[in-house]
Ligand binder design. Sequence first.
Ligand SMILES: NC(=O)c1ccc[n+]([C@@H]2O[C@H](COP(=O)([O-])OP(=O)(O)OC[C@H]3O[C@@H](n4cnc5c(N)ncnc54)[C@H](OP(=O)(O)O)[C@@H]3O)[C@@H](O)[C@H]2O)c1
Length: 212
Amino acid sequence: MRGRGDHVEACARDPEGARELRALAGERVRLHRVDVTDATTVRSIADALGSVAVDVVFNVAGTYGGPRQSLAQLAEDLALEDVLRAYDVNARGALRLVLALLPHVRRGTAKRLVHITSGMGSISDNNSGGYLGYRMSKAALNMMSRTLAVDLRGEGITSVVVNPGWVQTDMGGPSAPTPVAESVRGILREVDRVTLADSGEFLNWDGSRSPW
Ligand SMILES: NC(=O)c1ccc[n+]([C@@H]2O[C@H](COP(=O)([O-])OP(=O)(O)OC[C@H]3O[C@@H](n4cnc5c(N)ncnc54)[C@H](OP(=O)(O)O)[C@@H]3O)[C@@H](O)[C@H]2O)c1
């Protein structure tokens, strides 16, 4: 995004430890310490932005919630902490960030909210099961986006979810077929293309649509 000349307000839980992100920091890329599960840090980025206008909010932060996601593993501990953790970051955290930054988006020109979901958040495409907490949290994120699309349409604000594909990140692992740069290019292509007519849609990084 820096190569495109965009100004980026990047969030990380540990900006000092985020080596690659720190290397990008400068006039056009500012770093903020934000944990999306912590309302105080989310509020602090909204405060730090002051009267700045934001064109696009990207909700990227995500977690599986924990390694124990199968039916049998979850049944061993009915507290279901991993399910709650996934929901707290992937759904509640995303909503928290949007709510904090809405005043800035209202001042922006593009007025876009982009939430990175997963194919695992698709209900109709779920034929393989497993990953209960992750799937539930991404389905909740999808519903959040659709609801925001309806509620904010009158203000000209677009809200979409984008599935990044299976990507070679820490989460996706080295067996994933898609390099990070390729997925990011595809996501940005989609984000540049969308209009209010696409609001509420479930997009894929490669330009196709995903079933709900
Ligand atoms: N990789 C895939 O194949 C794939 C497929 C479908 C969907 N996705 C989605 O794509 C998004 C990016 O995932 P990824 O593949 O880059 O995963 P990743 O390598 O595990 O990175 C996840 C990122 O989210 C951040 N994060 C986690 N909890 C956070 C919190 N409470 N507050 C702020 N940041 C937090 C992590 O920060 P730390 O560095 O501090 O841990 C990390 O930067 C996620 O929403 C994921 O669900 C990924």
